[in-house]
Design a protein around this ligand. Structure first.
Ligand code: MG
Length: 405
């Protein structure tokens, strides 16, 4: 029998939030993939709730992550654009300011031990790093894994030649390696998570693990590549599944299963299918405000609290995690500002209705579409006004515009 720890007496759950990079709606077995075997994530869904209508607040990295961390639409926190660019690039003098309250700060102030591992992408200057946003410890890449000096380094969105510094691996605020072996990083990330969970097994803890997969370029371990039916992309998905398996195994070993909420999601949709990913049956891809850009896998598991094997089609968003985690931690979101997320405890635990009357789709600072119930109205695309209406209840692939009806 598992020993009784302080966390049990405390009553507040540990929280493990796993965020992937560019993993598409249709990339997991439990979301219909026939290219990827994801037994652990399928098990996570079978032991918890799988959301069919889980949205990120942006179709690209930095604003999506800022919204996830603060519970706010990106424009509200100055994350609609970054000196005119859609995401943060190395060395920019902007990021998540001190005035914003992140999940790390919220839960740290509530007495949680906090760890962030992996891709941050909310500002790489010291004032913006995770350790300045309530995370006790940080280990990972401060931005995207293509923003280094490996082959395939892109030019910036404004056409400037990138000229990035060597890709930095940070431990706390310190660069401990340049151009790290990316195929080793997922294993190292998992090691950090295990070390932290073991050290803090007796108190409430919060882990935010942000994978580098499946963002391009993809470097993987041979053992995953050898078994992949979908090249490096499939191997990266297998690596994500493996990481979840190790973490779940450790939670069980520590006797923490029934005091730990595990949430799994992705920061935005996959790129075009040619790169290996799938947003099916959704239309569109990363960077677009079609469903495929922003509707992502969303799974939550908490044995004993969340009924197992449930599929939920209520509209929920990444921004909802902020007030929901606050409630679970016995604290409240800051009262001096608007928070766009809503406490979805009722959806998670009681199969209740979505608290959202509407959800807004932003591309940079532009409102492009609004969903309310079954209807999604597009009002702008690529900077041009449009007027299209889709019935997502019968047409999740947004194939038939019914605006004229
Ligand atoms: Mg991404």
């Amino acid at each position: 029998m598992a020993p009784v720890h302080a966390a049990a007496a405390d009553g507040r759950p540990n929280i493990v939030l796993i965020n992937c990079d560019d993993l598409g709606y249709g990339d997991l077995g439990c979301y219909g993939s026939d290219l990827h075997d994801t037994p652990t994530l399928d098990r996570l869904a079978a032991e918890g709730v799988r959301f069919t209508d889980f949205y990120m607040a942006s179709p690209v990295c930095s604003p999506s992550r800022g919204a996830l961390l603060t519970g706010c639409y990106p424009p509200r926190i100055g994350f609609g654009s970054f000196e005119g660019l859609p995401v943060l690039f190395p060395g920019q003098p902007v990021g998540l300011p001190d005035s914003e309250v992140s999940l790390g700060r919220l839960l740290s102030d509530a007495g949680y031990a906090t760890l962030m591992v992996g891709k941050w992408h909310c500002g790489d200057q010291p004032a913006f790093l995770p350790t300045n946003h309530g995370f006790d410890h940080y280990f990972g890449l401060p931005y995207s894994n293509d923003m280094g000096r490996q082959s395939g380094t892109p030019t910036r969105a404004d056409g400037e030649q990138a000229g990035y510094p060597p890709l930095p691996l940070l431990d706390g605020d310190d660069v401990i390696e340049q151009q790290p072996d990316q195929s080793s990083l997922t294993g190292r990330y998992v090691t950090e998570v295990l070390r932290f969970m073991r050290a803090h097994r007796d108190e409430p803890f919060f882990v935010y693990l942000a994978h580098l997969y499946v963002h391009l370029p993809i470097y993987v371990q041979d053992r995953f590549a050898a078994q992949s039916r979908n090249g490096a992309y499939g191997a990266a998905v297998a690596s994500i599944d493996w990481a979840a398996d190790v973490i779940l195994h450790e939670l069980a070993q520590l006797g923490l299963d029934e005091r730990t909420l595990v949430v799994f999601t992705s920061d935005n949709g996959a790129l075009d299918r040619a790169d290996g990913g799938s947003n099916l049956p959704m239309r569109g891809h990363k960077g677009t405000t079609w469903e495929g850009g922003m509707r992502v896998p969303g799974i939550a598991r908490w044995p004993g609290r969340i009924s197992p094997g449930r599929t939920c089609d209520e509209l929920v968003t990444s921004m909802d995690l902020f007030p929901t985690f606050a409630a679970l931690a016995g604290t409240s979101p800051p009262a001096d500002r608007a928070i766009d997320g809503r406490d979805i405890s009722g959806v998670l635990f009681d199969d209740g209705p979505s608290p959202h009357e509407a959800f807004a789709f932003y591309a940079m600072d532009d409102l492009c579409a609004v969903r309310s119930g079954r209807w999604k109205l597009h009002v702008a695309r690529d900077g041009q006004p449009v007027r299209e209406l889709y019935d997502l209840s019968t047409d999740p692939g947004e194939s038939t515009d019914v605006a004229d009806d």
